[in-house]
Each structure stands twice: as C-alpha cells, then as structure tokens.
Design a binder for this molecule. Structure first.
Ligand SMILES: Nc1ncnc2c1ncn2[C@@H]1O[C@H](COP(=O)(O)OP(=O)(O)OP(=O)(O)O)[C@@H](O)[C@H]1O
Length: 196
C-alpha cells in the first residue's frame, strides 16, 4: 500500500538520507530509529506529503502522493512532536474540534487514552503526559489507513504506553499501517525497523 522509491532528502545543503526504498502492506508497522538528527522526523514529514523529497517518490497504492495531496492528507493521521492542542478549550472540546474534521466518537477516544475523568478541564492545565495522551486520542477517532507517529510515547507513563498497544493492534488488524519514529521500544509486535 505504501511504497517509497529511492528517496533522498536534503536539509540546507546536507544530505540527510538517500537511496531509501521500502514497501509496507496492510497491517504493517515500521519503526524509524537512529541518532538525534538522523532524519526520522524528516522522513515522517515526507510521508505526510508536507515535505517534498529531493529525489524519489512516495506512492500510495501505486500512485505518487504528490499528485493528490488532499487525498493523501485525508487518509493519514500525523502526530508530530507538537501536541497541537488549543489550551483554552477543554479536553473534550479539543477532541470535538478534531472529530469535526475526521468524524468519530469523542467519548470512545477519551476512553481509549483514559482521559474521560479530565474531559472538562482546560487543556492548558494538563501535565505533559496528559497532553500527549490527548494528542494520541485523535488516533481513536474515525479510522484512516495510515498513522505517522513522531515519538508517540514522549512523556507517557508505563500504563499509558501499555494502553497504546491495543490501539495500535486494532488499527493494524483492520489493515492500517503504522510508521513511528522512536528512541524506545513501542508496543508494536513484528514491526520492521529502519535505522536511519
Ligand atoms: N528546517 C530545517 N532546515 C534545515 N535543516 C533542518 C531542518 N529541519 C531539520 N533539519 C536538519 O535535518 C536533520 C534531520 O532532522 P530530524 O528532525 O529529521 O532528525 P530526527 O532523527 O527526527 O532527530 P531527533 O531524534 O532528535 O528527533 C538534522 O540535522 C536537522 O538539523
């Protein structure tokens, strides 16, 4: 479903990576690993279509994602380093805003990350791990086939990392693909690893 052909990326005049090819089919998981600055976030941004590679192409079901960026954006959910929350809105209101874009049940998504008890708190008072969980709750809204996750477990306690396991497993069981940049092991059994 997702293919990368002979990808090269420049940042400034530095080659971050080159000659990179891979193919992920339905249900696959890929871990992007490597040292700080190796290009993990850069790779994820290329897979979103937000950043164009210097060479090569990203294909979805055989079609270059650059041909229809809106269609590609609609089939993916991207969790960047930033949690992209509105601090003045409550936890539930933040998720309702995203659900308005994506569809899906706010209550179920809050339950998936155990944030229902904090639903009425403004996002600005959440701890950093709770903010990350609220960002992760967007994954549990309406299903899309491609999840691109940049260090999804940053700030999470052990129970929250564990809770991510069933969410990732259900996505993959439904044929979804996960690509995650990480410095620590994630609950993604049988994931491939690409060390940049
Ligand atoms: N906007 C930019 N302009 C120039 N160089 C950039 C830009 N963004 C990133 N870089 C460089 O690209 C390289 C790859 O950065 P990237 O953020 O992809 O690394 P990473 O593997 O995700 O690192 P980390 O583990 O620290 O999150 C780094 O050397 C970084 O300095």
């Amino acid at each position: 479903m997702l293919e990368v052909h002979d990808l090269a990326c420049l940042r400034g005049d530095r080659v971050v990576f080159s000659g990179l090819s891979l193919r992920l089919s339905a249900g696959a998981a890929l871990l992007l690993t490597g040292a700080n600055g190796a290009g993990k976030s850069t790779m994820l941004r290329i897979l979103t279509g937000l950043l164009r590679p210097a060479e090569g192409a990203v294909l979805w079901r055989g079609e270059d994602i650059a041909l229809d960026p809106a269609a590609h954006a609609a089939r993916l959910r991207y969790l960047s380093h930033q949690d992209a929350l509105k601090p003045a809105l409550t936890v539930a209101e933040n998720l309702t805003f995203f659900a308005g874009l994506t569809g899906g049940s706010v209550e179920a998504a809050l339950d998936a990350v155990a944030l229902a008890p904090l639903a009425d708190l403004p996002a600005r008072v959440l701890s950093s791990g709770q903010k990350r969980r609220l960002a992760l709750a967007r994954l549990a809204l309406a299903p899309v086939p491609l999840w691109l996750l940049d260090e999804p477990t940053t700030g999470l306690d052990a129970a929250s990392v564990e809770r991510l396991g069933p969410l990732l497993a259900a996505h993959r069981a439904a044929g979804g693909i996960v690509v995650a940049a990480t410095h620590i092991p994630l609950p993604l059994p049988d994931a491939q690893e690409l060390r940049l």
